[in-house]
Design a protein around this ligand. Structure first.
Ligand SMILES: Cc1cc2nc3c(=O)[nH]c(=O)nc-3n(C[C@H](O)[C@H](O)[C@H](O)COP(=O)(O)OP(=O)(O)OC[C@H]3O[C@@H](n4cnc5c(N)ncnc54)[C@H](O)[C@@H]3O)c2cc1C
Length: 317
């Protein structure tokens, strides 16, 4: 039987992948999108207020809309994990998934986003899902009226601490540097939220737990901080801790393709989302673009689809 060959395989089903797949579908190409998490990372934040065209929309709805838009143009969606990618001698890409499926394509768009960075402190691994979490929307509701800590200083910390304050009795944000560096609008909202206290110039040295249920009980800090109504202590009592210290690119699966990565492991792209490998394009949080948002990822996805289309057209001449 003849091998089934896609024009475009998109790996990743988030904002970048869905936008790329939608455009590629509209170009009349045969497209499949392979992604473990349909809708991607944006589905893990409660509300998005900065995606043009939507003054406010839940992350889940935005992710679903982008995905459904791709499906509307005939994109085949495969919920699998890519474990291997290679470029064959005949210049076709060969993608193997954890279901042992092999997909073959003329072009490939890498849109695998980024994964939560780990703190690396003692206790973090031991108490993951036992008080240590990375996704406020997914796990915040377990801590109604409990004391919640957030570790981080960027926009995720500023934004998600507000959601966590809706659940917890109080949220303490531990910032390593001298200020919270979220979007100004989110910093301002944190500053006026009486249920959020920000401590600066402090590091979490250890996540301490125990008890019968073996859950998080305290944070060991580099300096004493005062829980509201109590004396300062460097053994700070908490029921949960959300580690929101950024992301690292999910690019390891592209290694055999010989793609150029920067020092942070991000795929280097040009303004048309082209990589150094012919026929391979990349978009979204997996790339070396500095400002990583849903809209920038979607825009790069669209450029990647356009570049893939141009590449295929040239091949026909
Ligand atoms: C807490 C938080 C709040 C945020 N709030 C906002 C906001 O308000 N506004 C905004 O614009 N942006 C926000 N962002 C940023 C935004 O979520 C990202 O920039 C955007 O989701 C990146 O899209 P992406 O498609 O590049 O990657 P992702 O959305 O991460 O998608 C990656 C896709 O690749 C898949 N994948 C990964 N590895 C594999 C593999 N080996 N095989 C198959 N599939 C794989 C994943 O399952 C997923 O489908 C927020 C981020 C976080 C973490």
């Amino acid at each position: 039987m003849a091998e089934s060959i896609y024009d475009v395989l998109v790996v990743g089903a988030g904002c970048a992948g869905s936008a790329a797949a939608m455009y590629a579908g509209r170009f009349g190409l045969k497209v499949a999108m392979i992604g473990e998490m349909p809708g991607g990372t944006i589905t893990q934040t409660h509300v998005v207020e900065n995606y043009p065209g939507f003054e406010t929309i839940t992350g889940l709805e935005l992710g679903e809309r982008l995905l459904n838009h791709a499906k509307a143009y005939g994109v085949e969606v495969k919920m699998e994990k890519v474990v291997d990618a290679a470029k064959r001698q005949d210049l076709l890409f060969s993608i193997t998934t954890d279901s042992k499926e092999v997909y073959v394509s003329r072009t490939l768009i890498a849109a695998t986003g980024a994964e939560w960075k780990k703190l690396g402190a003692p206790g973090e691994k031991e108490y993951t899902n036992k008080g240590v979490h990375y996704c406020a929307l997914c796990d915040g509701s377990f801590y109604k009226n409990k004391v919640i800590a957030v570790i981080g200083s960027g926009d995720s910390a500023a934004k998600e601490s507000q959601l966590l304050a809706e659940y917890g009795s109080h949220v303490y944000v531990f910032v390593r540097g001298d200020a919270l560096h979220g979007e100004p609008i989110n910093n301002a909202r944190v500053a006026v939220n009486k249920k959020i206290t920000v401590f600066t110039n402090v590091q979490v040295k250890e996540i301490v737990g125990g008890g019968e249920k073996k859950k998080v009980t305290h944070l060991k800090l580099s300096k004493s901080c005062a829980p509201s109504g109590s004396k300062p202590t460097d053994l700070f009592p908490v029921d949960a801790v959300f580690v929101l210290i950024g992301h690292s690119a999910v690019s390891a699966w592209t290694k055999e393709l010989g793609v150029s990565l920067n020092a942070k492991g991000e795929i280097a792209i040009d303004r048309l989302s082209r990589t150094n490998v012919s026929g391979l394009f990349a978009a979204g949080d997996v790339t070396d673009t500095e400002f990583k948002q849903a809209i920038t990822g979607a825009a790069e996805g669209v450029s990647a689809a356009y570049s893939a289309y141009s590449y295929l057209q040239k091949g026909k001449k």
